[in-house]
Design a protein around this ligand. Structure first.
Ligand SMILES: Nc1nc2c(ncn2[C@@H]2O[C@H](COP(=O)(O)OP(=O)(O)OP(=O)(O)O)[C@@H](O)[C@H]2O)c(=O)[nH]1
Ligand SMILES: [Mg+2]
Length: 204
């Protein structure tokens, strides 16, 4: 849940990276962690992993400077994408203020992408949150594989599968190389802070 501390002039927001298993959520956080200085980032916390699979969640706190005199503190979380961890995904979403849905460009993951988006909608509903109201942006990851022999989805196919209803901003990314990672973070942070401020400060 967003927290606005008027006496300390701080705004705290929670952003969750959601998406199917192996789409690159943890890779986004690792890149951000490695690229940011100690003043900006807190300690990255990874709660349980098996190999490179997230079993519970990752958490990266960031201080993004000041907006209108308020210190902006953001917590980035990832969910475990593997289908069996449904209960954990729901738990991690509690109090979410903004979402990056990371989709995998691999053709073999087409169904998993769509299932994960449906799973997100359902889990948001359980907290009385509407995917059409909360800030959500899409990241089409692994675009570095487009010119490889591995079959990949086109942007049109990804848009058709995932962005028909949402009609939201998307970023092409290759998180493993850092491409599109900060563009995604910047946009979701901007939208989330605006959303939280409007909701909590202006009562809109
Ligand atoms: N080629 C390529 N590989 C990527 C990219 N992003 C991530 N990967 C690889 O995909 C694998 C899974 O990445 P993770 O970041 O662990 O995926 P995740 O979404 O956190 O997966 P779960 O924790 O199981 O939900 C790793 O081997 C990454 O190196 C990318 O942009 N391009
Ligand atoms: Mg992970």
């Amino acid at each position: 849940m967003a927290l606005i501390d008027l006496s300390r002039r701080e705004i705290h927001c929670k952003i969750v990276y959601y998406g199917p298993g192996r789409c690159g959520k943890t890779t986004n956080l690792i890149y951000i962690y490695n690229a940011m200085g100690d003043k900006t980032r807190g300690k990255m916390l990874t709660i349980e992993t098996k190999g490179d699979r997230t079993l519970f969640f990752d958490l990266l706190p960031l201080n993004l400077g000041k907006v209108k005199g308020f210190d902006i503190r953001i917590q980035l979380y990832t969910v475990p994408g593997q289908t069996i961890y449904e209960a954990t995904r729901k738990l991690v979403l509690k109090g979410v203020d903004g979402i990056v849905f990371v989709a995998d460009s691999l053709k073999v993951r087409q169904t998993k992408n769509k299932e994960s988006l449906e799973d997100l909608k359902k889990n948001l509903q359980a907290y009385a949150l509407d995917i059409m109201e909360i800030p959500v942006i899409l990241q089409y990851n692994k675009r570095d594989l487009v010119n490889s022999p591995i079959p990949t989805l086109t942007i049109d196919e990804l848009q058709q599968d995932l962005n028909q209803e949402l009609q939201t901003t998307y970023f092409e990314a290759a998180a493993v190389k850092g491409i599109g990672v900060f563009e995604t973070l910047k946009e979701i942070s901007k939208r989330t802070v605006r959303y939280v401020a409007q909701k909590h400060l202006l009562g809109k």
